[in-house]
Design a protein around this ligand. Structure first.
Ligand code: PLP
Length: 440
């Protein structure tokens, strides 16, 4: 947590998010033209709220930048909301899933099972069986062990499955704040092992390796690094084609495009990434070849805000403290969980957006842990008990990434604003949820 007081609302990252929400010049935070305070009056606090039109704009901007020959998959893990997933599917995004729960959600959102890709390093045999039974045909395989298991599942069910091998590229993939490749990793097959893995598939009929996949890490703000990783993946595909004869028509470059969530976060240069990928595509294109990017955060992050109310205000040791009704149990990332160095989240006063930030405050939630805090020295416009604050850029890795069982508060509702109207897309939890499934 930064020692010097920071005014998140003046930060360029917050200004750009406010502009995307249409609230750059308004006194109060709005989503799709509806005031956040009205959303909370209608649906209660704390609340996650999303702007449907912004989500569509983000998806279309990525699709337009990538062009028709590079497909866009929605990584459902970033926000497992049925409403958001349905909007993205209707925009023409495919989907990448990483659990049977996400499979269930993707099907409910209208995806065809045969078009989904099942990723993740720890899929159990039972999950592979269930996925095949549900009609899945494409898997991202992360180890030789998993490939063997998938071959057995395919043989037992008499199905022919397609596999893209997730490769843990050694050199250029050190991008992203949360890295998932590079030196030895639970994710993907080491680059040096890829050829042997392809060879091991030659003798059997049920699983066809159709491509390569790589994913370096999330919150990558460096488009050049992303393109460098994609370049390495293409080079590996060419090498493997030459050495083993496998055509590898499908190349999936992964995702991780950064989306501002903290004070000082830069913007991801979508056009630069798209230009680099376009060059690669032109060089490696061919009949039957397909190229993919899979994104979560970049699509949903800016569309969502987490709204919470000041419950108590007090002085302690010369410092003003605000205690909110929301916190780390709903918005863990904003509270710095998962970050090595804590940064200030983009926390703004939702009804005094343009007001002078003249009060230095420490802001935290209702949990009985010092970890439940959004900042120790934030500059906000003067706040009173009952005022509404908002975490901007909160539409990805929010509620589902948070320890929402801790202290047994009900989960917040989620609301979607579309065509000037708001509706609940996930009901608020109830106090009684604490007993769900429990036996004395
Ligand atoms: C394999 C894979 N693909 C895609 C994503 C989505 O990443 P992001 O939301 O940063 O785009 C993740 C996130 O962990 C992932 O593990």
């Amino acid at each position: 947590v930064p020692a010097a007081p920071l005014d998140p609302a003046r930060d360029p990252a917050a200004r750009s998010l406010l502009a995307e929400l249409g609230s750059e010049h308004t006194a109060d935070l709005r989503l799709g033209g509806v005031a956040a305070i009205d959303l909370v009056r209608e649906f209660g606090s704390p609340l996650y709220a999303y702007d449907a039109a912004l989500l569509r704009r983000r998806a279309r901007a990525v699709q337009a930048a990538l062009g028709p020959r590079i497909g866009l998959l929605h990584s459902i893990k970033a926000n497992p909301s049925l409403a958001l997933a349905s909007i993205l599917r209707a925009c023409g995004c495919g989907a990448e899933i990483a659990s049977l729960g996400e499979l269930h959600l993707a099907l409910a959102a209208g995806h065809a099972a045969k078009d989904l890709r099942f990723a993740g390093p720890g899929k159990t045999d039972a999950e592979l069986h269930a996925a095949v039974h549900a009609g899945l045909e494409r898997f991202h395989v992360e180890s030789a062990d998993e490939l063997l298991a998938l071959q057995q599942v395919a043989a037992a069910s008499g199905r022919r499955l397609e596999v893209a091998v997730r490769v843990n590229l050694t050199q250029s993939q050190r991008a992203g704040r949360m890295r998932m490749a590079g030196s030895g990793a639970r994710f993907g097959v080491d680059e040096a092992e890829a050829a042997a893995l392809l060879e091991s598939c030659r003798a059997q009929d049920h699983v066809a390796v159709i491509g390569l996949h790589s994913y370096a890490g999330t919150q990558n703000f460096d488009a050049e690094r992303f393109v460098a990783g994609a370049t390495d993946l293409c080079a590996l595909a060419e090498r493997l084609r030459r050495d083993t004869g496998w055509p590898l028509p499908e190349l999936n470059f992964g995702g991780g495009f950064g989306s501002p969530a903290f004070v000082g976060d830069p913007q991801f240069d979508l056009d630069a990434a798209a230009a680099g990928l376009a060059e690669l595509r032109a060089k490696h294109d061919g009949a039957g070849r397909s190229f993919w990017v899979e994104l979560g955060r970049y699509l949903t992050g800016p569309c969502g805000v987490y709204l919470c109310t000041v419950v108590r205000k007090k002085q302690s040791a010369g410092r003003t403290h605000l205690a909110l009704d929301g916190g780390m149990h709903h918005a863990a990332a904003a509270a710095g969980i998962g970050s090595v160095l804590r940064s200030a989240p983009l926390l703004v006063h939702a009804t005094r957006l343009q007001a002078q930030a003249d009060e230095e405050v420490a802001v935290g939630g209702p949990l009985c842990t010092p970890l439940d805090r959004f900042g120790d020295a934030l500059l906000l416009p003067h706040s009173e008990t009952g005022d509404l604050l908002a975490v901007l850029g909160a539409g990805a890795y929010g509620l589902s990434y948070s320890p929402h069982s801790f202290l047994s508060h009900p989960t917040p509702a989620e609301a979607l604003v579309e065509d000037g109207k708001a509706r609940v897309i996930r009901a608020r939890g109830e106090v009684q949820d604490v007993l769900r499934g429990q036996r004395p």
